[in-house]
Design a protein around this ligand. Structure first.
Ligand code: SF4
Length: 462
């Protein structure tokens, strides 16, 4: 009975003690320049996570492609994937506590057999991660059903699926449209992707969260606004744009990716969103890497979660973090209510702040009548700018030696790596590695090793 009470006490805490410790560690490690009042790393989240070396192969060809040249020489092997995912996620649970977002990423996730894909997601969930499968979206409803339903009973084996679909005109080989001349030509494929998940929900009650990813190069930067507009009502809850970087397979570098600025990309997103986006209200890591704007559409109006110009919203954010910290709001209702009650009991000053913020957000939305008329639809806009391999390699190598570079460009790269919000696990060397360093420095050797271990033609012993 005492053990049961202890368990209830632990589960109803706003934050798991392992998460509290992980956040404190992350905050202590952060470089001074990102320890700003709006910084969420080390206060609300330990950062995003991704898998590596678990299924490097892909069946589309993109320019650019962040995967090393050797990636397509590695066979898809479900046992390898599930074992590696399990080891990497166990390490992340130890280092970062529970409840963090983790991407099942590498090559193309739907090249995995549905049961292997499911087993990988199950391993992630078992280690307290919130998994998101990263795909090019060129798969069929049958695959989605086989992933989500138990093959014996036909009943759902997952209650919720989170997927990111990558669609842009830099990709080649998609069924039905080998090569898109414009982004708009891909809209039917984006719609088809969303429609599959909507059908899964209708037929089996399995809910979903969908993100849309797009690589931005000089060839499509002028179309960012239109893509944002077109995707707004398809069913995506996050639109994420990645300005291209010189990383991965050099044979796939086709343009001067520095011919435009990240500001230009963000302007396109704002134009398509139909609103100024308040990305400075919250920061995740270094602003040269990430911009994130949280909010919701109420009818055609985009309502920011926080107004970056309103000091009352900043004070509310401080009180919210003090009360809730990294608390996971995705929980069964009774558990959530208990966590909220305990969080507010320890910081009662957050209570009036919540009321004030709700009132301001309702005003921004056009008032109660507008909210009654149009149910708010959450939408997050993201820009994530990876770095060039030629900068990351020396920056990372010097960081391993504890040396701060005197070259301003390399030093800036080091600052960003130290404030990285997207890490990959290396349990074998007891390290968390920024995704930029993974792709720029570690991937080529890792994939060479995997190509020997998992050659395309399976050799069977007789
Ligand atoms: S260092 Fe690289 S992987 Fe990390 S947040 Fe910055 S751009 Fe992203």
């Amino acid at each position: 009975m005492i053990a049961g009470l202890r368990d209830i006490e632990l589960r109803t805490r706003p934050e798991h003690p392992d998460l509290v410790a992980a956040l404190r560690r992350r905050w202590d490690e952060l470089p001074a320049h990102v320890k700003t009042p709006n910084q969420m790393l080390g206060r609300r989240t330990a950062g995003c996570e991704g898998t590596h070396g678990v299924f490097p192969r892909c069946n589309l060809a993109c320019t650019p492609c962040y995967h090393s040249r050797e990636a397509n020489r590695v066979r898809i092997d479900g046992d390898h994937t599930v074992n590696q995912v399990d080891e990497q996620m166990a390490y992340l649970r130890r280092q970062r506590g529970p409840g963090q977002n983790a991407q099942l990423i590498g090559g193309e996730v739907t090249l995995l057999a549905p049961d292997d894909h499911f087993a990988a997601l199950a391993a992630m969930i078992a280690h307290g991660r919130k998994p998101m499968s990263m795909s090019h979206g060129d798969f069929d409803y049958d695959y989605l059903q086989a992933l989500a339903l138990d093959p014996v009973s036909g009943r759902p084996r997952l209650r919720h699926l989170s997927f990111a679909g990558h669609f842009d005109s830099m990709m080649f080989g998609r069924r039905g449209i080998k090569r898109a001349r414009t982004e708009a030509e891909l809209n039917p494929y984006r719609q088809r992707f969303c429609a599959m998940f909507q059908r899964l929900q209708r037929e089996h009650g399995i809910t979903h969260y969908l993100a849309h990813n797009m690589t931005v190069t000089p060839a499509n930067v002028a179309q960012v606004a239109q893509v944002t507009r077109d995707c707004r009502d398809m069913g995506f809850r996050m639109l994420s744009f990645q300005p291209a970087a010189f990383v991965g397979n050099t044979a796939r570098w086709k343009a001067d990716y520095r011919a435009f600025s990240t500001d230009e990309v963000w302007q396109g997103i704002e134009e398509g969103a139909g609103s100024r986006l308040h990305w400075r209200a919250l920061q995740i890591g270094d602003e040269r890497c990430n911009r994130t704007a949280y909010g919701a559409y109420v009818g055609r109006r985009y309502v920011p979660l926080l107004d970056e110009d309103d000091p009352r919203d900043q004070r509310f954010l401080d009180a919210f973090i003090a009360a809730f910290g990294g608390m996971d709001f995705v929980a069964p209702k009774a558990l959530l209510a208990a966590r909220v009650a305990r969080a507010l009991a320890r910081h009662p000053r957050a209570v009036p702040g919540v009321g004030g913020w709700l009132a301001r957000a309702a005003r921004r939305a056009g008032g109660v009548r507008a909210l009654r008329h149009d149910r708010p639809q959450a939408m997050t806009f993201v820009m994530h700018a990876f770095m060039d391999a030629r900068d990351v390699r020396p920056a990372w190598e010097l960081l391993q030696q504890g040396v701060v570079s005197e070259d301003p460009a390399i030093r800036a790269t080091q600052e960003r790596l130290q404030a990285c919000s997207y890490a990959m696990a290396h349990p074998e060397s007891d390290m968390l590695v920024p995704a930029c360093a993974q792709h720029s420095v570690l991937d080529p050797d890792e994939n060479l090793h995997l190509a020997r271990k998992l050659p395309l033609v399976k050799v069977t012993q007789t």
